[in-house]
Design a protein around this ligand. Structure first.
Ligand code: ZN
Ligand code: ZN
Ligand code: FE
Length: 767
């Protein structure tokens, strides 16, 4: 029997070789019909023997093109009619073809084979790509995704490339950035003075790196600062020049087997490293690794990645491994064009390896961490952006402005939410300018005119002030509510959850600094059902930069007149004069800001256990504490749950007394650090269990930067399961403020769906 089917396919089906694959499959089953792109996705019309038609669809679903993601396929049966042999038809021009806005993809096996085969015409060509790999997001100037609207428009294809591009049987059929040494982009190596260095740019670059040079290398989404990862002196020099004393540096290895000799790779780590998104993957370093400790002095982990463009592949086959860190000065955006190159070339880099394919928008490397419960996203950018998330709520288009640190913004249309690439710290002027430009760029590309603007409740965030300049309906969203909503949205949770939001700080509607919060939350609303006991922040920003100050604040609050002798013993980095000044602040009649921050709790304990410096990156003291704990474990210390006015207050005062006694007894510090983590996990589970029974809720959603600590995350999951609660934590979006915008968007959509909602979140009163 002959059948004719029209199928509408949605998902990531454009710019990934979907139509040629459909073409090949349809032809191989002898079907007639056609395939074309539309604004919503791809339409396939096939006619042939019913059995062949079924086999065709099964094949397409079982073996889609490597980079495609079929979200939904809707089939209609049509009356049969004479049809021409199967062909690819031109795009349906109606509407903007938004779904064809794919992420950059790491080199595929076939392209790597091409560049390593001496007889291939792309042998050693750094810009080889095909439909299954190569640049996308970073070269697209406008949509639809056609070469003329990319930065490849300046490179006319030679006749051989043109023939590949036009042949549906070729893997470069309609590969928009298709290029070869005759017609495509070229590399050049230059020095600080702008002089070009003769010879093969890659081999010369490798030679300079081997001699200890720092080179700015233009890659896919911007410049990397690159140096020899085995050379301690040059790493120290890079750190000094970049003003990055301790924050871990990422390392690129030539291949998986190389990485394996330095890091313990779980199956999840291997899978993540080899995925087409090719992120930086944070793995446990082998104690036997010969690489300098200076790469990541605070931890036993190392962020590693594999070459993801032919350029990196060729460079790494000359010298391996290499440090590859974002080409920027401290928190500024990554440099992505030659005009800004002098910000890093000269002050930081000695040479620059450049090419003439412009990068439209900067995009950092993504960062994943391998935890006991799989891979978790810490920074979402290259390889993942701009793939949309699907929200459980639809509504008018929303712009969610995000937070100020690790900023991303979010734009929605119907159920789709596009989270921008990581944009950094908005208090940096250049980052804030970049934020505004990116926002305009994204709105134009996606054709989204937001009707509603969601932003953090903090009145002084740059993102909030910016949001207020936009003439739309505004929905302020409490910081920790947004963290929990982001986790809910990622997992498609509806209804009510217990939200555990542990982070550094977020603005509370009661004008205190929140950060250790237990919420009863829906997208629409929340109740602050409990929180960590609050302590004063002696000298706000200074208290964050210098964890010993928090250590002192806790001692002062909990140990009465004993505080001074304890502080003298525990916090040697605070000289007596400074201790006195801080004590005066703590006793002052003008009360200091109070915080329930979990981040500050980790800071204080880390300071008592020997983290005796000012931090040079966010979370450094907590990283120290986790590293100290290693793989130790032990019984929890005691803690206290108080219940003034119905709200649960979690106090660790009883733990402090025992923990400090253990320190005085010179008990094992790793064990003390591990028992601290265990205590926090058990206490979280106890509080959740009490809130859960009171509110008849058995699902817990976690959020906030403290859950980047995978030791804590594992223990919290274990303890929550032990008390019979289901736990959800962010996996595909960062638990830190990088995921905030997604939560803000979900809250705004829920608020709009329910006009009865007040515009300010409910904060007081525990039901
Ligand atoms: Zn390829
Ligand atoms: Zn060519
Ligand atoms: Fe936060």
């Amino acid at each position: 029997m002959v059948q004719r089917i029209k199928a509408y396919v949605r998902g990531r089906v454009q710019g990934v070789g979907f139509r040629p694959t459909v073409y090949r499959y349809a032809r191989s089953f002898g079907l007639s019909g056609n395939v074309y792109n539309t604004a919503a996705g791809v339409v396939i019309e096939v006619q042939g023997e019913t059995e062949k038609v079924n086999q065709f669809f099964n094949r397409l679903l079982d073996v889609p093109p490597p980079q495609a993601r079929i979200e939904h396929i809707h089939r209609e049966i049509l009356p049969t009619t004479p049809l021409a042999p199967f062909s690819i038809s031109p795009s349906d021009p109606a509407g903007v073809i938004v779904p064809g806005f794919p992420p950059d993809l790491g080199s595929c096996e076939d392209c790597l084979r091409d560049i390593t085969s001496p007889t291939n015409r792309r042998y050693r060509y750094p810009f080889a790509n095909c439909t299954n790999c190569g640049p996308r997001f970073t070269i697209i100037q406008a949509l639809p995704y056609d070469r003329q609207f990319t930065t490849m428009s300046g490179f006319a294809q030679c006749s051989r490339c043109g023939a590949e591009f036009a042949d549906p049987h070729d893997r470069r059929f309609e590969a928009q950035p298709n290029a070869c040494p005759d017609c495509g982009p070229r590399l050049a190596l230059r020095d600080i003075a702008g002089r070009f260095i003769p010879g093969d740019p890659i081999r010369e670059c490798a030679r300079l790196l081997a001699k200890g040079a720092i080179v700015a290398v233009k890659g896919l989404g911007g410049f990397h600062l690159v140096c020899d990862a085995a050379n301690t002196e040059v790493i120290a020099l890079l750190r000094a020049r970049k003003n990055r004393p301790a924050k871990p540096l990422a390392v690129m290895f030539s291949r998986l087997a190389q990485a394996e000799t330095h890091c313990q790779l779980s199956p999840a780590a291997r899978k993540a490293l080899a995925a087409p998104s090719q992120p930086i993957v944070i793995c446990r370093r082998r104690p036997s690794s010969s690489l300098p400790a200076l790469l990541a002095p605070d931890t036993h982990d190392l962020g590693i990645m594999l070459p993801y463009t032919p350029l990196h592949y060729l460079l790494l086959s000359e010298i391996n491994p290499l440090v590859m860190t974002s080409g920027n000065r401290s928190e500024e955006p990554i440099v992505h064009d030659e005009r800004a190159l002098n910000r890093i070339l000269g002050p930081i880099a000695d040479f620059a390896l450049v090419h003439d394919r412009p990068i439209v928008r900067a995009c950092d490397d993504s960062v994943l961490k391998i935890t006991g419960r799989g891979a978790v996203m810490l920074r979402r950018a290259r390889g993942y952006v701009p793939d949309p998330c699907v929200l459980p709520i639809a509504g008018p288009s929303v712009l969610a402005c995000g937070g100020d640190l690790k900023n991303t913004f979010c734009l929605t249309r119907s159920r789709h939410a596009w989270l921008s690439q990581h944009l950094g710290d908005l208090s940096e002027y250049t980052a804030f300018m970049n934020y505004q430009n990116q926002l305009l760029d994204w709105q134009r590309l996606l054709g989204i005119e937001p009707q509603v603007v969601a932003h953090d409740l903090h009145p002084d965030y740059h993102s909030t002030r910016f949001a207020r300049t936009l003439g739309h309906v505004h929905v302020p969203v409490q910081h920790h509510h947004a963290h929990i909503a982001a986790c809910m949205a990622e997992h498609g949770l509806n209804g009510t959850v217990i939200g555990v939001a542990f982070d550094g700080s977020g603005y509370g509607p009661d004008h205190t600094v929140w950060g250790g919060e237990f919420l009863i939350a829906t997208y629409r609303d929340f109740i602050r059902a409990g929180h960590l006991k609050a302590y004063p922040l002696p000298g706000s920003e200074q208290a964050i930069l210098h964890p010993a100050r928090m250590g002192l604040s806790y001692l002062f609050a909990e140990f009465g007149k004993d505080w001074e002798s304890r502080a003298a013993a525990l916090l040697p980095s605070l000289p007596p004069a400074e201790r006195g000044r801080l004590a005066q602040m703590l006793q002052s009649p003008h009360p200091l800001p109070q915080t329930s921050s979990a981040g500050r709790l980790f800071d204080a304990v880390s300071a008592w256990l020997g983290f005796d410096e000012r931090i040079s990156y966010e979370g450094q003291a907590a990283v120290h504490l986790q590293t100290l704990a290693g793989r130790e474990d032990g019984p929890p210390y005691p803690f206290l749950i108080e219940r003034p006015e119905g709200r649960l207050i979690l106090s660790f005062a009883p733990m402090f007394a025992e923990l400090l006694a253990d320190l005085r007894r010179r008990s094992s510090r790793p064990r003390i650090a591990a028992r601290f983590h265990r205590t926090v996990a058990v206490a979280i589970a106890r509080v959740c269990s009490q809130i859960g029974s009171a509110h008849h809720v058995d699902r817990v959603a976690l959020g906030g930067g403290v859950f980047q600590n995978d030791l804590l995350l594992a223990m919290v999951c274990e303890e929550l399961n032990r008390v019979g609660l289901q736990v959800y934590f962010p996996v595909a979006i960062p638990p830190n403020d990088g995921g905030l915008a997604l939560g803000q968007a979900a809250v705004a959509l829920a608020a709009l769906a329910d006009p009865a909602r007040k515009q300010q979140p409910e904060s007081e009163q525990c039901a």
